[in-house]
Design a binder for this molecule. Structure first.
Ligand code: ADE
Ligand code: ZN
Length: 337
């Protein structure tokens, strides 16, 4: 292991962009399919993994939705979440803010309460047994209707104390934030914070819409914002956190190769970027693999890596005291390295 890889391995960090369904590793997918009596169109784990080659976001989403359809019982959601938390723990993730896609489950007949029960009991165990803090973010599938999103929000209300924010994911192009303006207004009125995937495949205008119309506290991805200088200046001035996912961008061909990834340009432009894994079971690595990939390809130094970790705590949906306690752990690590 290089010195930089060792530094990254122990670097205290938060993960703020992780789809729990995107952490379903092929081995667990097969095991859950077997116990639920689900037939898979793949003969083996290796054959499934071989199908993970994507030309764009849509190619990925088709495989992702097929994969998550093995999840049926609360225990499945528990096992999925627990497996992620164990990985996170091994990678010095002190705090994780986790997306879930309820419509991808309720539309298959799995109750919202089943999904929430499995995920939240694993998060409670993660806190008690692994010492990992966490928050849950409900994502609406933007390629479905605003009515479906609103119905999902209604289903979430009895579980409001377990969900910190609502977000927007799935196929971006042709599904602008404006489509969900009323749903997000209602969510804010109910006390939820808001985030949105924007500027992943979609244009910079979607990033501006997410800020202006959805009043988001963070932008997920946001890398195409760089195409608009005034927008980039606004994001820097207003210190809007961006949850960037380098291996995802590479695997979904949002960037041609890692050396062309704009993360360093974003850091140098004063943007509040963080590094995250998105769908690690599909994109070739968890959060530390993302840190290592950008470090190596962009020549990031210790100070850049420490800045990314600090940004991750500052951008978390935690109160000032909680953030200070986590940042103190980061500072202690930096002081002894
Ligand atoms: N759902 C899961 N991962 C996603 C991504 N990277 N973009 C949009 N929707 C997603
Ligand atoms: Zn994502």
């Amino acid at each position: 292991m290089t010195d930089m890889a060792a530094f990254i391995e122990g670097l205290p960090k938060a993960e703020l962009h992780l789809h729990i369904e995107g952490s379903l590793e092929p081995e667990l997918l097969f095991a859950i399919a077997a116990r639920n009596g689900v037939e898979l169109p793949y003969a083996s784990v290796d054959e499934l993994r071989a199908a993970y080659a994507f030309g764009n976001l849509q190619d990925f989403l088709e495989i992702y939705y097929r994969g998550l359809s093995v999840l049926r019982a609360a225990r499945d959601f528990y096992d999925l979440t627990w497996a992620y938390l164990e990985r996170a723990r091994a990678e010095a993730v002190l705090h994780a803010e986790i997306f879930f896609d309820p419509q991808a489950h309720t539309s298959r007949g799995v109750a919202f309460s089943t999904v929430i029960a499995g995920i939240t009991s694993a998060l409670e165990d993660g806190r008690a047994k692994l010492g990992i803090g966490s928050k849950l973010i409900l994502c609406f599938l933007r390629d479905r209707s605003a009515e479906s999103a609103l119905a999902t929000l209604e289903e979430a209300l009895p579980h409001k104390d377990r969900i910190v924010a609502v977000g927007l994911d799935s196929a971006e192009r042709g599904h602008p934030p404006s489509k969900f303006e009323a749903v997000f207004a209602r969510a804010r009125a109910e006390g939820f914070l808001t985030v949105a995937h924007a500027g992943e495949e979609g244009p910079p205008a979607y990033v501006a819409e997410a800020l202006d119309l959805l009043r988001v506290a963070r932008i997920d991805h946001g890398i195409r914002a760089l195409e608009d200088r005034a927008l980039t200046a606004r994001l820097a001035r207003d210190a809007v956190p961006l949850t960037v996912c380098p291996l995802s961008n590479l695997k979904l061909r949002v960037v041609d190769d890692m050396a062309a990834h704009p993360l360093k340009v974003m850091l140098d432009a004063g943007l509040h970027v963080t590094v995250n894994s998105d769908d690690p079971a599909y994109f070739g690595g968890y959060v530390n693999a993302n840190y290592r990939a950008v470090q190596a390809a962009l020549g990031l130094g210790r100070d850049d890596l420490a800045r990314l970790a600090r940004n991750s705590f500052e951008a978390a949906f935690l109160d000032g005291g909680e953030k200070r306690a986590l940042i103190a752990q980061l500072d202690a690590y930096l002081a002894e390295r």
